[in-house]
Write a protein that binds this ligand. Structure first.
Ligand code: AMP
Ligand code: DBH
Length: 549
């Protein structure tokens, strides 16, 4: 049984195979090709796993899962942080043909429920270190709501003992010490390479979170090509300090790219300089992927004393949100390494500045598409191509850009052109020589330092509040984060920000989505057709901020 998804048309699929982009190998080859290597694959706190050990753990977990009765073609809801078990679990599931969605560690009840609703998981794998899974109440409630869930595996120990069925220990499933497993010989097999390997998360711009089906073929190409363009080799030591599940540190080239090349991934649970600088020194890290606010924090905390900790660093990738030219220009001298800008999306398309680009392109552009067969156009509102230098909508089609969100037919009508181009919602400008500059956004999303928030999702949640009549969730400029969020609220009775934030957190929403500011108004501005005029609202807010009101 395979997961239904919108395929590429045959002519394009044939072209992608002929040109060597799709090579019909499973993503699991990324690690299995190094099964006999004793080189270090992952550093996770005090633990270091060689490729041999990583593969052994993956195999044991895969076998444990199958002997627990999980079937190929089923789906899994996974929530693990920046720990070695994230990769062990990812590859073990893929090896068994089980299709996971990897929730971000910051996600809470509403996000997890939305993903479970979409995929109907048979399996949940999570971490006791996450607030929701610290005791057994939440996963039991989740299992009641989603009766397909028949196995729950948790990493780490519970601090509380509760009556009832205990969850299965992920640690025991990985080290092979689970008891009571059926002792049948089972050979795991991944889904076919042209089928869905896993679901990636979309930053979204609609009321409910969206999932992106990624096939082995398309994701594998994206990783292999990234490895080439970013100069990754077996000597690369990559610091993964952004959320491991995010598309950028997973695949651009991210941890999977490093594994593909036989390099080493050093995990950090936080991009804070206090956490990262000592790790860079200790493990002689050569490459790091950051979002702009983290770069600002790193710069601010540099001192004459700690600067030598970064000596091994050769390449700093920056992406996920707009990077100011002035900050870009300071990177080489500040950090003593090269800058590479990355403009990507979990939906597919990834643009890089190239390692041999001149300074201007590196600092003023977000690079250009990684594949010669990426069909990228900048178009006006009627879909007509615009000349270089004119800002417009980015549309894209290509060998690793998806063709439809999972189970979202109505939204897909809007998100794609008739020719199957994905309309990314970004406003970009193309230079004469084909480089892209991100100049704005049309989608209703807030990009809070690389973390995307679909405005409508939070508006819908706030509208559940008895005293809220109307709300618009918009961005406000912020020096460090680039953008922060502001909920502009029309209320029935006087409300205060702090209790509203608490109320949202109790509903169970990721912290980064909780409004940074609340503004209470008598009415929201409207467009000529009576929709909330967010543009006007943002302008008023910006003006208010600038004048200090
Ligand atoms: P997502 O769909 O959540 O994967 O987020 C992808 C979006 O992040 C893109 O469509 C852009 O809006 C934004 N983004 C990613 N990288 C950059 C970048 N280097 N500069 C500006 N925006 C970016
Ligand atoms: O922001 C992103 O989603 C992103 C940024 C850089 C991404 O998905 C990627 C590279 O692959």
């Amino acid at each position: 049984m395979t997961i239904p998804f919108i395929h590429w048309p045959d002519d394009l699929a044939n072209r992608y195979r002929e040109r060597g982009y799709w090579i019909d190998r499973p993503l699991t080859d990324i690690v299995t090709q190094h099964a006999d290597s004793d080189a270090c694959a992952v550093v996770c706190d005090e633990r270091q796993l060689s490729y041999r050990e990583l593969n052994q753990r993956i195999d044991t977990l895969a076998s444990s899962l199958l002997r627990l009765g999980i079937q190929p073609g089923q789906t899994a809801l996974v929530q693990l942080g920046n720990v070695a078990e994230f990769y062990i679990t990812f590859f073990a599931l893929l090896k068994c043909g089980i299709v996971p969605v990897n929730a971000l560690f910051s996600h809470q009840k509403t996000e997890l429920a939305a993903y479970a609703e979409l995929i109907g998981p048979s399996l949940v794998i999570a971490d006791r270190a996450h607030r929701l899974f610290a005791d057994d109440d939440y996963w039991r409630a989740l299992r009641d709501d989603f009766p397909h869930i028949n196995r729950v595996l948790l990493r780490g120990e519970s601090s509380t003992r509760t009556a009832g069925i205990a969850p299965i220990s992920l640690d025991a499933a990985i080290d092979g010490s689970l008891e009571g497993l059926v002792s049948r010989e089972v050979t795991p097999a991944p889904t076919p390479a042209g089928e869905v390997a896993f679901f990636q998360l979309s930053g979204g711009s609609t009321g409910t979170p969206k999932l992106i089906p990624r096939t082995h073929n398309d994701y594998d190409y994206s990783i292999r090509r990234s490895v080439e363009l970013c100069g990754v080799s077996a000597a690369t030591r990559f610091l993964c300090a952004l959320p491991a599940a995010h598309n950028y540190p997973l695949s651009s080239p991210g941890a999977l790219g490093i594994f593909h090349a036989g390099g080493c991934v050093v995990l950090a649970d936080d991009p804070a300089p206090q956490r990262c600088f000592p790790l860079i020194e200790r493990h002689q890290v050569t490459m790091v992927a950051l979002v702009p606010p983290a770069v600002t924090l790193w710069e601010q905390s540099l001192t004459v004393e700690n600067r030598p900790q970064l000596d091994s660093l050769e390449l700093m990738q920056i992406g996920g949100a707009r990077l100011a030219v002035s900050l870009a220009e300071r990177v080489p001298t500040c950090f003593g390494c090269q800058l590479q800008q990355v403009f990507g999306m979990a939906e597919g398309l990834v643009n890089y500045t190239r390692l041999d680009d001149d300074d201007w392109h590196r600092t003023h552009t977000q690079g250009y598409p990684m594949c010669p067969d990426d069909e990228v156009f900048v178009v006006d509102t009627d879909g007509q191509p615009l000349p270089a230098g004119t800002p417009g909508h980015l549309i894209v089609r290509g060998p690793y850009t998806f063709r439809g969100y999972y189970r979202a037919p109505i939204h897909n009508e809007f998100a794609f052109t008739d020719e199957g181009f994905y309309v990314s919602g970004d406003i970009v400008e193309m230079t004469e020589d084909g480089y892209l500059k991100v100049v704005g956004r049309e989608k209703d999303q807030i990009n809070r330092g690389g973390e995307k928030i679909a405005a409508e999702e939070i508006e819908n949640l706030l509208l559940r509040h008895d005293d809220i009549i109307e709300v618009a969730f918009v961005s406000v400029p912020d020096d460090v984060m680039g953008e922060k969020s502001c909920a502009v609220v029309v209320a029935r009775t006087p409300l205060k920000a702090a209790p509203l934030r608490r109320w949202l957190r109790e509903l169970g929403v990721a912290d980064y989505k909780v409004p940074d500011r609340f503004q209470f108004v008598d009415a929201l501005p409207q467009t000529a057709v009576g929709k909330i005029d967010k543009r006007a609202l943002r302008e008023t807010l910006h003006a208010g901020l600038a004048s200090g009101t």
